[in-house]
Design a protein around this ligand. Structure first.
Ligand SMILES: *Cc1c(COP(=O)(O)O)cnc(C)c1O
Length: 363
């Protein structure tokens, strides 16, 4: 007989927070529609689960990174339009067309290939024209659009229902972002104005929070839907959707300086061993830089190096911490953006880096 073990590390996911954040975005978006960005397993929150949370929330599109994620949405019975944020392999085009997934088009060759595939299948394919306004990840340059678009428009089985671009650094570089937005507006102007395209989209979370989005009527909401603001000024409007949690496994008071003679006068510290480490996706570098966790209503500092499966917290002062106490590594009380800052990285990387074996517990 083995006794049941309580989980050592898990991620609590709050569906109400996701929906609340979506509404915050919607209220700031004027009359624009929403594309819920669910790539990278919905930023680690679970693709199918987030799609289910949003079933009745009126989002107009789901944005995925690749065909594999589009398949998972289809298998989950999702009826909402699916937009492919990234380029697809040429071998995937038949499947894209057959399912009516919406690709963004970055080259004439790609457009011709999709058109041919669609004609063979006897279908019309809705596609969006990608414009490279400075990101450099694909799309037509605004200068080449006037000569290229007439060619694309003649392809009989493609319907250019949208135009899009992607902001490279709306969270860090306002001047560059304004330039990108200007180029996007210019491109739309060259093609006959906003009315030419049913869908016009360039805004991600930081774009929505920090910039005027006209003439966009669709915004692609990722990070902020999960409760993390790429611009700190807006963080208090949002609620963390994921809390990474663990437990205290052992509390001990090691002899000062590892028990070497002559140092026994130093005050003893109480240390709590917590059952999560960088192997679970908590960043190793968040430790030595003022990283803290939340236990029993108080923040405690991480002590020493973070291990694969453990981290140590100094609980010398404050409420008495004992084995089994729940620990929040990030979430409601310790913003994931703070953990990312301590680790010298960005919150997107922390959320998407939580290991797949960390159980997601939905509330
Ligand atoms: C990931 C992604 C987004 C969402 O960005 P956030 O900053 O997380 O809101 C929007 N557009 C594209 C093209 C993306 O790849």
């Amino acid at each position: 007989m083995s006794a049941p073990s309580p989980p050592r590390v898990w991620a609590e996911i709050d569906g109400c927070a996701v929906r609340r954040n979506l509404e915050v975005g919607r209220s700031m978006a004027g009359r624009a529609d929403i594309m819920a960005v669910v790539k990278a397993d919905a930023y680690g929150h679970g693709l199918e689960a987030v799609a289910e949370m949003l079933r009745h929330s009126g989002v107009s599109f789901f944005g995925v990174a690749n065909v594999g994620e589009a398949r998972r949405l289809r298998a989950a019975g999702v009826q909402t339009r699916v937009f492919l944020l990234g380029a697809t392999w040429s071998g995937e085009r038949e499947e894209v067309v057959a399912n009516g997934w919406i690709p963004c088009i970055s080259s004439v060759d790609e457009a011709i290939a999709y058109d041919t595939t669609a004609r063979h299948q006897g279908r019309m394919l809705d596609v969006h024209l990608a414009v490279d306004t400075g990101m450099g990840r694909g799309g037509f340059l605004p200068e080449e659009i006037p000569s290229v678009f007439p060619v694309l428009e003649k392809l009989g089985n493609l319907e250019f229902g949208g135009i899009c671009s992607h902001l490279a650094c709306a969270d860090t570089d306002p001047a560059f972002t304004e330039r990108q937005l200007g180029r996007f507006r210019e491109a739309i102007g060259m093609l006959g104005g906003p009315e030419r395209f049913r869908w016009r989209h360039v805004m991600n979370s930081a774009g929505l929070l920090g910039y005027d989005g006209s003439p966009c009527n669709l915004l692609r909401m990722g990070l902020m839907m999960y409760g993390v603001s790429p611009l700190p000024a807006f963080q208090e409007k949002l609620s963390a959707a994921m809390s990474l949690k663990s437990r205290v496994i052992l509390v001990h008071e090691p002899p000062p300086d590892g028990g070497r003679p002559g140092r026994t006068d130093a005050p003893r510290r109480r240390l709590a061993l917590v059952g999560a480490g960088y192997g679970d996706g908590y960043p190793a570098r968040a430790g030595g830089n003022g990283g803290e966790v939340w236990i029993k209503g108080k923040r405690f500092p991480i002590s020493g190096r973070i291990a694969i499966d453990h981290l140590t917290v100094d609980v010398t002062t404050g409420p008495l911490i004992t084995e089994g106490d729940e620990v929040e590594l990030f979430g409601e009380h310790v913003p994931v953006a703070e953990v990312a800052g301590n680790a010298g990285t960005i919150p997107w990387e922390i959320l998407t880096g939580i290991a797949p074996w960390v159980e997601r517990v939905y509330r």
